[in-house]
Ligand binder design. Structure first.
Ligand code: HAM
Length: 415
């Protein structure tokens, strides 16, 4: 027997109401903030992610699904959405549109991670990207979009962590200070951090190993090394978030795992941690479009993990509206009545009434049992007698009361 690949899940019918709920809230919030939907392919040139997410990051070095297709092209399953949206922005000349261009997506992402609760090898994200402005008001608006999205789903007890990691001017100075600090404490840090010290210094602050915590906690802070424009940008952002009434805390150790980030980074986390880690994250990526061959173009966005959001909805016992199901069951007694049942079910559906039609040759009793187990409220029964008289029996499945009605009146009665 085959099973779904490790780290992937089937989203079964009983789960779908949660998915529709989240997707509808996402579409609504995007309409409020002026984002238009974009769908990019699940596969991209692997080079796109090497270039943007960055070689030396866990996602590219350890987690990306890459393969050669039959034509010899090196492709990757998208591990994230930002690079694809920027590729599409350039490919379709969106730099000629009024800026910022605001796009959103709901897509599957693929990462070869160690599966655990809330961490999968295929997960789904709702992402927003606002491309074409470096105004801190746009960062604030992007964060507000994410925050209002969680509120619109009634999710509470969230924490917004914020940081600024500077730009290509001020970051090198900060990274030097970070190296000095870690070199001084070289004997106390883990093997991975020794590798990060050479390969990806920003990620030193991300280390979860207990032995590295004192070193990371006392490390220099990026905000103390920001150049004047970055410092002003970060001040403005915090002021705007205040205006919008969004609570946040500056977390000096928040760096996030992508090379493309500049200035603002943020994450939304369940208060008190929780097993699943962050519910969403994002930031500014002012150098990415240029890195991909475009003109210098500032941008900011986020990606929110829908699988984890749904775990939160369940944990917080938030009701989502059930999906509409057919309310009518058409049953029959005898072969001649079956023909009429087929026609009747079709005609009700053409009148916009959802119908489950009895299939096979079960007894009438068994058909009604099926209607009951589907929690259907009305059954329409056709037998030989009704056939001759041009009537049907309409049965209320809850009270078991029945009435005989002319077949022609049925759509109107059921509506
Ligand atoms: P990310 O933080 O890697 O950012 O992913 C965004 C969110 O996706 C995470 O906060 C988490 O909720 C969810 N997520 C990530 N990995 C998994 C996983 N293995 N299983 C379940 N959920 C997961 C990005 O991908 C950036 N592209 C976000 C962004 C957009 N930054 C700017 N624009």
């Amino acid at each position: 027997m085959y099973q779904a690949p490790r780290g992937t899940v089937d989203i079964l019918p009983q789960e779908q109401a949660y998915w529709r709920y989240v997707e509808q809230k996402a579409a609504h919030i995007c309409q409020l903030y002026g984002y238009e939907r974009i769908d990019t392919p699940a596969i991209e040139d692997a080079g796109l992610f090497n270039r943007s997410v960055g070689e030396g990051t866990d996602i590219v070095d350890k987690e990306m699904y890459t393969f050669d297709d039959r034509g010899g092209n090196k492709l990757a399953l998208a591990p994230e959405g930002t690079a694809s949206v920027c590729r599409a922005y350039l490919e379709h000349g969106m730099q000629n549109l009024p800026q910022p261009v605001k796009l959103y997506y709901i897509s599957s992402m693929f990462r070869y991670e160690r599966p655990q609760a809330g961490r999968y090898r295929q997960h789904r994200q709702f992402g927003c990207e606002a491309i074409g402005s470096d105004d801190a008001a746009l960062d604030a608006e992007v964060i507000d979009t994410a925050w209002q999205f969680y509120l619109s789903m009634n999710i509470s007890q969230l924490f917004l962590a914020l940081n600024s990691i500077g730009c290509k001017e001020c970051r090198p100075v900060y990274l030097n200070a970070l190296r000095e600090h870690y070199v001084q404490h070289g004997d106390k840090i883990c093997v991975d951090c020794n590798v990060r010290l050479v390969k990806n210094r920003m990620r030193l602050l991300d280390c979860k190993k207990p032995s590295c915590q004192p070193v990371a906690d006392t490390a220099p802070k990026s905000v103390d090394y920001l150049c004047q424009p970055c410092a002003e940008h970060f001040d403005k952002l915090q002021r705007y978030l205040g205006l919008l009434g969004i609570p946040f805390g500056v977390n000096h150790r928040l760096v996030r795992g992508f090379d493309y980030y500049t200035r603002t980074v943020f994450e939304v986390q369940p208060q008190g941690g929780g097993s699943q880690g962050s519910l969403g994250g994002g930031g500014r990526y002012d150098g990415l479009i240029e890195e991909l061959g475009g003109k210098p173009t500032a941008a900011v966005g986020f990606g929110l993990g829908i699988d984890r959001i749904i775990l939160q909805l369940k944990e917080q016992k938030i009701d989502v509206s059930p999906l509409a199901k057919p309310r009518v069951f058409v049953a029959f007694l005898g072969d001649a009545a079956r023909d009429e049942a087929i026609k009747l079910a079709a005609s009700l559906r053409r009148n916009g009434i959802g119908v489950i039609q009895a299939i096979g040759s079960r007894s009438l009793k068994a058909q009604l049992r099926q209607a009951n187990s589907l929690a259907i409220s009305r059954a329409v029964i056709i037998g030989e007698e009704e056939l001759k008289a041009g009537t049907v029996i309409l049965r209320d499945m809850t009270s078991a009361s029945q009435q005989t009605v002319p077949i022609a009146r049925l759509p109107e009665l059921l509506k």
